[in-house]
Design a protein around this ligand. Structure first.
Ligand SMILES: NC(=O)c1ccc[n+]([C@@H]2O[C@H](COP(=O)([O-])OP(=O)(O)OC[C@H]3O[C@@H](n4cnc5c(N)ncnc54)[C@H](OP(=O)(O)O)[C@@H]3O)[C@@H](O)[C@H]2O)c1
Length: 305
């Protein structure tokens, strides 16, 4: 049984990943911070990764064989307001984890973001020039660089995803689903493009990256590029909800923090390495709905402490 550490196990990606890894036969430990988990089917510890002095001992005590580092200040507004915290969590902690992973001979996957690009070009590949626009993106890029400098055997997975969360109101899918079910109208950005993966498809792909021992930067995005407006409409159709409640607007309206617009990405390099294309939107939304029908949302909510 491979010993896997998932940081950020109370978060959107971390929780879905830890649960999926258990299904795949990994011996999982999940680290949380301010939110506990109630009776998850994996070992769970509360560890502040911002305590950089205590972090190495916490890692060594576990002796993980694989570390998938999902914990982050992932909220763009929080990162903008607290740049020092963001630097410590998104850049300094990954450096420490990368260093200890190297000493332990553990495989590390650092989760990064499409927001390292400024969105002026689109169809971004791994070696395209980066230009992060806000504190979140800048500190995530600093995290990528810290990990690569410290531990070149690590993998960086740049991601963007949607799915169901512990709280039920944290993700883009939940934003559209919750509002449309309540009959509320919402804005959908027609000029913000992305290549989202369903979070459980992403989780499977991350395990594949670990198993294939891939090194360096990997674009780990969905096969289809679409706007956030089109994503909302596609989700509404999948769930039989009223798509006319989604108002097409420009992403430049009503946002305080500057964000990249055309984050269309290219994951061909990863598809070649894994020997199959990354899942597209139809496959992802079908699975999102299947998991919904199978009670996945309720299952996640039960872990809320
Ligand atoms: N959501 C997206 O579409 C998206 C897009 C691009 C990249 N990403 C990246 O994907 C990763 C996961 O994002 P997410 O959306 O799953 O984030 P999330 O739901 O906001 O979860 C963040 C996780 O980080 C943990 N954390 C925060 N501060 C911590 C600390 N000081 N010590 C230990 N743990 C701490 C949180 O723990 P507590 O809640 O228990 O405090 C939580 O489990 C991040 O690296 C993010 O940058 C996300």
């Amino acid at each position: 049984m491979t010993k896997l550490l998932v940081t950020g196990a109370s978060g959107h990606l971390g929780l879905n990943l830890a649960l999926l890894a258990v299904e795949h036969g990994y011996k999982v430990t999940g680290w949380t911070h301010s939110r506990g988990l109630m009776n998850p089917p994996f070992a769970c510890e509360s560890v502040d990764i911002g305590d950089l002095d205590a972090l190495p001992a916490a890692l060594r005590a576990l002796e993980p064989e694989v570390i998938i580092h999902c914990a982050a200040i992932a909220n763009v507004d929080v990162a903008e307001k607290q740049p020092e915290l963001s630097q410590r969590i998104n850049a300094d902690a990954p450096r420490v984890i990368a260093s200890v992973a190297k000493q332990l001979g553990a495989k590390m996957i650092q989760i990064s973001t499409d927001a390292v690009f400024d969105g002026s070009k689109g169809n971004y590949k791994e070696d395209d020039a980066v230009n992060p626009l806000n504190a979140y993106a800048k500190t995530k890029l600093a995290g990528e660089r810290a990990v690569m400098q410290t531990n070149p055997d690590a993998a960086i997975a740049r991601v963007v995803f949607y799915g169901w969360t512990l709280e039920g109101n944290r993700s883009l899918a939940e934003f559209f689903y919750n509002n449309l079910v309540a009959g509320k109208s919402v804005n959908g950005f027609t000029d913000a493009y992305f290549n989202p993966l369903y979070v459980r498809d992403l989780a499977e792909t991350l395990l594949e990256i670990a198993e294939a021992n891939l090194k360096g930067i990997w674009h780990t995005f969905g096969n289809d590029t679409l706007s956030k407006y089109d994503f909302g409409v596609a989700l509404a159709r999948e769930f039989g909800l009223d798509e006319s409640l989604i108002k097409p607007v420009s992403a430049s309206q009503g946002r305080d923090v500057v964000r990249s617009l055309n984050l269309s990405t290219n994951s061909d390099k990863l598809a070649r390495a894994l020997g199959h294309p990354l899942p597209g939107l139809t496959q992802g939304l079908t699975r999102l709905k299947e998991d919904f029908d199978a009670g996945w949302r309720e299952r996640l909510a039960k872990f809320k402490a």
